[in-house]
Write a protein that binds this ligand. Structure first.
Ligand SMILES: [Zn+2]
Length: 131
């Protein structure tokens, strides 16, 4: 899985049709009780078995991350409150050193997950300190 580089991976977005299908499946994943394994099976039909596992993980991470950022932006627009994004890892043996070093810390460089292909990290938001 880690043998696949960014260049190879970017092939999955080569056609508009692919991009739309992948988005659709990831959306379905969030809207239903689908497991990552089931999503992978669906993605296999679109992009083939080689990239499907990596895509399932990475695109779910990307979509969740974007969704959280969007929610925080809406909240800021409506209330003026700027929530503090905190990096979270699964805290297991699969977490890479880069992500591990970010775990539990505020994101200050505007770099949100996925940090890399196969990244499973996510963001939660905390209220800013007052005063
Ligand atoms: Zn990560």
């Amino acid at each position: 899985m880690s043998e696949i580089d960014e260049n190879q991976y970017s092939q999955i977005f080569e056609t508009v049709q692919n991009v739309q299908k992948i988005q659709e499946m990831v959306h379905k994943f969030f809207a239903s009780n689908m497991t990552i394994g089931e999503l992978e099976k669906e993605l296999e039909k679109i992009i083939g078995p080689e990239l499907a596992e990596l895509a399932a993980i990475t695109e779910v991470t990307r979509a969740a991350s974007k969704r959280e950022q969007e929610t925080a932006r809406l909240l800021k627009d409506k209330t003026g409150v700027e929530m503090v994004p905190i990096w979270n890892t699964n805290n297991d043996d699969l977490v890479c050193e880069v992500c591990k070093s970010k775990n539990g810390k505020p994101i200050v460089d505007n770099r949100f997950p996925p940090e890399h292909l196969g990244c499973r990290c996510w963001v939660n938001y905390e209220l800013p300190e007052i005063g």
